[in-house]
Design a protein around this ligand. Structure first.
Ligand code: F6R
Length: 607
């Protein structure tokens, strides 16, 4: 999931490339690099770590070329160091790559036997050598690139530049996204429209198998057979403004605080608060006519979908199959012809989720997706999209996108319930009113920051944390654990509270904090029994509940975080906030890189 950029420009392109890479840093930040053609020679600057290191390098050793390619890396093959950083060179060829070349080992052996030396551990270098070998065999640059592309298996987006032609970049896509940006006497390539937003909003997305010959005044796109193809040029809605942190320390903190507003925008897109009914948002299928819903997603989006399953089944009596996308895509599940597919993704680019979507597409069922990026591949490949109106999410750990996904899922579940005749008009009104209260309650929870910070101070000194919850609080417990793991590097597990005695209870001792998510609902008493089992073994309970729950919990807790009394349907949305804040403050105490935690990337376009 690296980010790539190419510019055939009018003036020095290196600063523009760095600007575009900044917008792509969400795709990876292990290393970065830029290559240009300087006085007829390929030249590059690369640096390990974040983009600021590359910027420093370019300050002391600037590049002036008017054509260039750039890259920000999330390592797949080879450790994140300068040698493995892109661009990679071979002879007259410079290349940047996002994705994985699956047959790279075999190609590497073949090229080694042909006398090519490898300086990096990456899979990308084989592509540079393949193109260079075609040039050596007498092919012109465009044909050399095409021939090399035909040898590649796997998922890739590539930009290729040639010494000797400073009016040519080849872009190619098979899997990860790649867009051409059209300028006046200059052209651009980038992993997404947001990267290109400062330069142009006239964009053509390549489709899988496409490759493009990009010159200052002309772009031609071909399919893998070398046949010219027409692809729609569109106006991008990508903003050229780089989102900033405002007066927050981190993007994650800012995004946590944006939730009341973005949840409100998202809900208002789907629900009419005046009439108490769902709005007639266009649907690619009819809830009354389907017999099942297949949901697939990864990570936090999967956990949102898992909560959605409880809602669709409870309110709309609509059975839901849900799986993490990396399993869904391969487990050959039978798809009912009367079902519909629903894919949940902030980025709309996650490789496994996209593959699940395509699996369902092949099965012939209607495809819909809940996405935050409306121009993403998933959005384009769906029959209908349900946008989350979260705005750009920069922090790698998902927060506002998660609660907006929950908002969409809850609104859709209410609509499904009404359309399937499972709730009366009055019941629908009540549910819509309850949902309309979510932003207000979310604002109230943000005010608990001091208490949550105190609990986080305790968490920052432990090595393991257990999260427990029942019903919709079970996926939320997993989300709490995921958030803590990814930004504080503390090991955490989320469990269904009722499963405790089937194994995890063995972990409980006086050093193990157990975070219990338990509003005072119809199964609260069951969770209290589980807390008693924890307390009896010396476990330290941190209870997240409401006033009634705090009064009814007959167990000693290390801390009880009391949230407002909220209606059942919005509880997962509201209870998501304290678990995000706990993870955030813990990470701040630990001194980790909150917005860009190690080993992660915001958009995961490889398997
Ligand atoms: C965790 C997180 C990830 C993503 C996952 C799916 O905080 O952000 O688990 O939820 O990588 O990404 P999208 O939603 O872009 O498909």
């Amino acid at each position: 999931m690296c980010g790539i950029v190419g510019i055939v420009g009018q003036s020095a392109v290196a600063p523009l490339i760095v600007d575009a890479l900044k917008r792509l840093e969400y795709r990876g930040y292990d290393s970065a690099g830029v290559a240009t053609i300087e006085a007829g020679q390929l030249a590059r600057r690369r640096a390990e770590g974040k983009l600021v290191n590359l910027e420093k390098r370019l300050k002391s050793e600037p590049l002036d070329g008017t054509i260039g390619i750039g890259h920000t890396r999330w390592a797949t093959h080879g450790v994140p160091n300068e040698t493995n950083a892109h661009p990679h060179f071979s002879g007259d060829v410079a290349i940047v790559h996002n994705g994985i070349i699956e047959n790279f080992a075999e190609l590497r052996e073949e090229l080694k036997a042909d006398g090519y030396e490898f300086t990096s551990q990456t899979d990308t270098e084989v592509v540079a050598h393949l193109v260079a070998r075609e040039l050596r065999r007498g092919a012109r640059p465009v044909d050399a690139a095409h021939r090399a592309l035909q040898r590649l298996d796997g998922a890739f987006a590539l930009a290729i530049m040639f010494r000797g032609d400073d009016d040519l970049i080849i872009g190619a896509r098979n899997g990860p996204p790649l867009a051409v940006g059209h300028g006046e006497g200059e052209m651009f390539l980038g992993s997404d429209a947001i990267a290109l937003a400062p330069f142009t909003n006239s964009i053509t997305y390549l489709e899988d198998g496409d490759w493009a010959v990009v010159r200052r005044n002309h772009v031609q796109i071909y399919d893998m057979n070398g046949e010219p193809v027409e692809r729609q040029r569109r106006q991008s809605i990508g903003t050229s403004l780089l989102v900033d942190k405002g007066n927050h320390r981190h993007f994650m903190e800012k995004e946590i605080h944006e939730q009341p507003e973005v949840i409100s925008h998202t809900l208002a897109h789907y629900l009419d608060f005046v009439s108490g009914k769902s709005k007639a948002v266009e649907m690619p299928f009819d809830f009354a006519r389907i017999d099942r819903l297949a949901i697939s997603a990864c990570g936090t989006a999967f956990l949102a979908g898992s909560i959605g399953k409880y809602w669709f089944e409870r309110f709309a009596r609509l059975p839901v199959d849900i799986d993490v996308a990396s399993e869904f895509r391969y487990r050959e599940m039978p798809i009912s012809p009367d079902s519909a597919g629903l894919f949940v993704s902030q980025s709309g680019e996650t490789a496994d989720t996209l593959a699940s979507l395509r699996y369902c597409r092949k099965a012939g069922i209607p495809i819909s997706s809940i996405v935050n990026v409306r121009e993403s591949t998933m959005a384009r490949e769906s029959d209908g999209i349900f946008p989350t109106l979260a705005g750009p999410e920069i922090g790698v750990a998902s927060t506002k996108a998660f609660t907006c996904q929950l908002s969409v899922l809850a609104a859709l579940a209410v609509r499904a319930a009404a359309e399937r005749g499972k709730i009366s008009a009055d019941e629908e009104k009540v549910l819509v009113r309850h949902l309309s209260e979510a932003p207000r309650f979310a604002s109230q929870v943000l005010k608990l920051d001091k208490q949550i910070e105190r609990v986080a101070h305790h968490l920052a000194s432990v090595r393991h944390v257990l999260y427990l919850g029942r019903d919709t609080n079970y996926p939320l417990a997993m989300e709490g654990a995921l958030k803590l793991k990814e930004i504080s590097y503390i090991h955490a597990e989320g469990y269904a509270a009722g499963e405790l005695k089937h194994g995890p209870i063995a972990l409980i001792d006086e050093n193990m904090p157990v975070i219990v998510i338990a509003p005072h609902d119809r199964i609260f008493e069951k969770t209290v029994s589980n807390m008693q089992e924890v307390a009896a073994r010396g476990g330290k309970i941190i209870l997240i509940t409401d006033k009634a729950g705090a009064e009814a919990a007959t167990v000693r807790t290390l801390e009880t975080i009391v949230l407002p009394d909220v209606p059942e349907i919005i509880a997962p949305i509201i209870y998501a906030l304290p678990i995000q804040m706990l993870a955030y403050f813990t990470a701040v105490f630990m001194g980790t890189d909150v917005d860009q935690p190690r080993n992660l990337a915001k958009s995961v376009t490889v398997e």
